[in-house]
Design a protein around this ligand. Structure first.
Ligand code: TYD
Length: 204
């Protein structure tokens, strides 16, 4: 395949998406694809600085400030990592992207959903993922996986994360072509098999 692809991985903290991203990366590389992995917040360079503030700053961060920091990081990630790689025919796997802002800052923090979608468009220049996988799991299980050492975002509480989860499911209903929900409660291998099925369908 010489057409680049942009695939994003989404879900509440502790849903297992990063493990699945790594497994798909290995599968793709073993099958001869050229793969680039990035993440939000915190691709390379400047992105690392945004990540440090967003996850570890211990003073007050207002909800709107938080939103704009995620968006600034996204613009940098899209412009400097994602777009060049896709244009050169690579498959880009991105750990979190636009749907995280809608789910966390919109549904979770309660900011206006439509405005966040518009700001996402500004941040990305309108480029959408070819495929988005949402790993869905009940929040009790995902919070157990996160454990007691929580970062700034992970300390937002069960109600917050239930709103995030429902927000993701709502987004999947709104955009069924782009967004596929993966039930993330089985074994790592079972979930990987589901991811591969979805990927192969995309390539048909
Ligand atoms: P990270 O350690 O990458 O968590 P995970 O491994 O679960 O992806 O931290 C990213 C955190 O930032 C996570 O709690 C989700 C949150 N986030 C937002 O709230 N909005 C966003 O737009 C993005 C990209 C992430």
């Amino acid at each position: 395949m010489n057409k680049g692809l942009f695939i994003t991985f989404e879900g509440a903290d502790g849903c297992g998406k990063t493990t699945q991203l790594k497994l798909l990366k290995t599968y793709l590389e073993n099958n001869g694809y050229d793969v680039v992995v990035t993440r939000e917040p915190g691709g390379k360079g400047l992105g690392e600085k945004f990540r440090e503030i967003l996850l570890n700053y211990d003073g007050v961060v207002s909800d709107r400030c938080e939103t704009f920091l995620f968006l600034a990081d996204r613009a940098q990630n899209i412009d400097t990592i994602v777009k060049p790689a896709v244009a050169s025919g690579k498959i880009v796997l991105c750990d979190r992207h636009i749907d995280s802002s809608v789910a966390y800052q919109g549904y979770g923090r309660g900011l206006d959903i439509q405005q966040i979608k518009e700001l996402n468009t500004l941040a990305t220049g309108g480029k959408l993922p070819d495929l988005t996988l949402i790993f869905d799991i009940d929040i009790e299980t995902s919070m157990q996986r996160v454990g007691n050492e929580k970062d700034r975002m992970e300390s937002s509480g069960m109600e917050f994360f239930n709103r995030v989860r429902n927000g993701y499911l709502e987004l999947a209903k709104q955009e069924p072509e782009r967004i596929k929900v993966v039930e993330a409660k089985g074994s790592i291998d079972e979930i990987h098999a589901k991811v591969l099925d979805i990927f192969k369908n995309l390539c048909k």
